[in-house]
Ligand binder design. Structure first.
Ligand SMILES: [Cu+2]
Length: 418
């Protein structure tokens, strides 16, 4: 006991001290390839970041399902764009994808860009980390950058009123709540009686040494294992269960004569792709065109860029998974998304690339986010990363080009595997 205390007290203390840091909801848990090669989130905004219970918060942004989607995953077909928050602390009230109201899942395609807007209302007071995410069937939920939102308590309790087809208004927050609770509880009681019947007075389960000696279909009434009396009471419990189901069906049909089957409206959002092309990007350097220095958290990517437009273009932004790096001022970085997920992008040589020119450039990004969010594959069978490099021309037109890079971390050591 004492030894346990000696071990556990420092552990508890450490846990108490570190919970402030370990705030998030496992956003770093996914493998780097699962984040980098699948979807890039950019221009994400969550506002306002401080509300009262019942007030709206809007998440806007864009995501691209990258052409580099790994062949080891199911192809992206059915998806659901969603806010990712710790539990039902918000309620989603509106969602628009590529200009169309989106009530549920959508069908998506590799290479498609999806601009989303989601409006949620605050339910529970607290400080919550809010991300956009996309749940893709067969793969899981891939999440974008997060922003802290504080919900302050409100004098009026949270209500979610909806008007039914018959004109009646119900509050979804409480509608049918007590019935659902008590009806489920009644079913739970039947199960509980069954469980206690067989375990407390009869000890059928706890005396396995005896019961395991008997044949599979032997009731063994002679030693009191399962008696005709037991059969009678179990029939009573089964009868009660069936009666509950029948009563439930009849009651539902009588009380709610007008019902609709559950419906869904699944569609493929129209993908808007630009009618112009600004840049062609080719990775350079052999065998790898990207390096990562673990000591300084610095990512460097070498590329050859051909300007296909008629005016100079500038590499403005590199977005990888939930992180964005901006070639611009502090204000431009702050405007690019949730601040914790935005860093600076240095382009070498700096300055615009003249029309028609092909230039070798190096992108350099240094940020603790690579490590914190586990964005860089360090010991994977395939050392690949991918992101969206956005170019802008003089007319303000933008184009995002998917860039796939083979990466070698500086600490990479060949290992002897016996
Ligand atoms: Cu988070």
């Amino acid at each position: 006991m004492r030894r346990w205390l000696v071990i556990s007290l420092p552990a508890l203390l450490l846990f108490g001290l570190t919970t402030r840091v370990a705030y998030a909801h496992g956003e770093a848990a996914d493998e780097p390839f699962l984040k980098d090669l699948t979807v890039a989130f950019y221009n994400v905004h969550v506002s306002p970041t401080s509300i009262n219970v019942g007030d709206p918060v809007t998440i806007t942004g864009s995501l691209k399902i990258l052409e580099t989607w790994p062949y080891t995953l199911d192809p992206p077909v059915t998806a659901y764009i969603t806010p990712v928050v710790p539990g039902p602390v918000f309620t989603l009230v509106d969602r628009v994808v590529n200009g169309t109201p989106d009530f549920g899942s959508i069908t998506v395609e590799r290479g498609g860009t999806y601009n989303f807007k989601m409006v949620m209302r605050g339910r529970n007071p607290g400080q919550w980390h809010v991300h956009p995410g996309i749940a893709i069937q067969g793969t899981g939920t891939l999440i974008g950058p997060g922003e802290w939102v504080t919900i302050a308590p409100s004098a009026t309790p949270f209500k979610l009123n909806v008007t039914l087809l018959n004109g009646r208004t119900v509050d979804l927050e409480h509608f049918g709540g007590s019935f659902v609770w008590w009806w489920s509880f009644a079913g739970f009681i039947v199960g509980l009686i069954w469980m206690i019947y067989w375990t407390v007075p009869k000890r059928t389960v706890t005396r396995l040494a005896v019961t395991s000696q008997l044949g599979a279909n032997d009731d063994a009434p002679d030693i009191g294992l399962i008696t005709p009396e037991d059969h009678k009471w179990m029939n009573v419990l089964a009868g009660v269960t069936i009666a509950m189901l029948v009563v439930g069906w009849v009651w539902m049909a009588a009380k709610y004569p007008v019902r609709l089957p559950q419906q869904t409206d699944r569609f493929s959002p129209t993908i808007e792709s630009p009618s112009y092309q600004l840049a062609q990007v080719t990775p350079v350097g052999s065998p790898n065109n990207a390096t990562y220095d673990e000591k300084t958290d610095t990512l460097r990517i070498n590329l050859e860029v051909k300007n296909l437009s008629t005016s100079p273009i500038t590499p403005k932004q590199y977005s990888m998974a939930m992180a964005t790096f901006v070639n611009g001022t502090e204000q431009e970085q702050a405007a690019a998304g949730p601040r914790d997920f935005v860093g600076a992008l240095h382009v070498e040589p700096p300055g615009p690339i003249p029309a028609g020119e092909t230039r070798r450039i190096a992108l350099t990004m240094a940020s603790p986010i690579f490590d914190q969010e586990r964005l860089i594959p360090l010991h994977d069978p395939q050392q690949l990363i991918a992101g969206l490099l956005a170019f802008r021309d003089d007319a303000g037109r933008e184009e995002g080009v998917t860039v796939k890079s083979v990466l070698v971390p500086s600490e990479f050591q060949p290992q002897y595997l016996p």
